[in-house]
Write a protein that binds this ligand. Structure first.
Ligand code: ADP
Length: 246
């Protein structure tokens, strides 16, 4: 059974078909990338997966169960998480504090965050373990978020999503805006996550994609042009023609 799958997923905007009959299957624990030229339909497809948009036709399945009609928050509850650019939201919190709050959110206890600090020890401990898994040092976990390098801030967004214990994580350009020296570290930290998390990465930087992905789906004009392991994708003549410039 696939961790996440689509069947004939289609989305029209007026008379324009942005996503055309896309059938995808992400294996459990996969490190899967979605690529394609600008306008290929990647963002639209991710929005259909997360529930931000409704399809014109087709189905979305999470762990074999249909979620096509579910709103975003219900999909998150079932284990489908995506990242948002939140570094502006918590500039004064530390990563440990912010992830600790996300752990409370998962536990449905946010109404009680006035509890004395000592009562939050378990959440803090879980937050620290999660951040350590993403290669934050102890000092970085306790520094104000705004003082951290941008690559760390983007990893914090991923940590916040992971605090919800997702089965599938959708990453839409997690290294966007991150300096080249740091972007590789962002993707390496994601690749090293436990296999209990299936990851779908949307990324422009081909170097990062080919380092990260075990399978790649190539979209062009809304449709799947090719799907396979990186080596096969790199030498696929159709992919080279539309995407890699021949
Ligand atoms: P990508 O992320 O691969 O660059 P998008 O999913 O953003 O591609 O867009 C795919 C196509 O759908 C583009 O031609 C875009 O102009 C069109 N599109 C996306 N969203 C809308 C919308 N809300 N209304 C009309 N057209 C849209």
């Amino acid at each position: 059974m696939s961790a996440l799958a689509t069947e004939g997923l289609t989305r029209d905007f007026g008379g324009f078909r942005a996503v055309a009959d896309v059938s995808l299957a992400l294996a459990e624990g996969a490190r899967h990338a979605l690529i394609g030229p600008n306008g290929a339909g990647k963002t639209t497809l991710v929005n259909l997966l997360s529930g931000a948009l409704r399809p014109s036709a087709g189905r979305v399945l999470l762990g074999g169960a249909e979620i096509t009609a579910l709103p975003q928050h219900a999909r998150v509850k079932r284990g489908l998480a995506r990242t948002f650019q939140v570094n502006q939201l918590f500039p004064d919190l530390t990563p440990e504090g912010a992830v600790g709050l996300a752990v409370l959110e998962r536990q449905g206890l946010t109404g009680r965050w006035w509890r004395p600090a000592a009562a939050h020890a378990a959440e803090r401990e879980e937050a620290r373990a999660l951040l350590a898994g993403l290669r934050f040092s102890a000092a970085e976990m306790r520094a104000p978020t705004r003082s951290l390098p941008y690559g760390r801030q983007r990893l914090l967004e991923i940590a916040l999503a992971l605090a919800l214990r997702p089965r599938v994580l959708l990453l839409d350009e997690p290294a966007a805006g991150v300096p080249p020296g740091e972007s590789r570290a962002v993707l390496e930290a994601v690749a090293a996550l436990p296999r209990s998390v299936t990851v779908l990465l949307i990324e422009h930087d081909m170097d990062l994609v080919f380092r990260f992905a075990e399978r790649i789906t190539v979209l062009a004009q809304g449709a799947v042009l090719a799907e396979g392991p990186p080596a096969a994708i790199a030498r696929d003549p159709a992919v080279r023609a539309v995407y890699l410039g021949g």
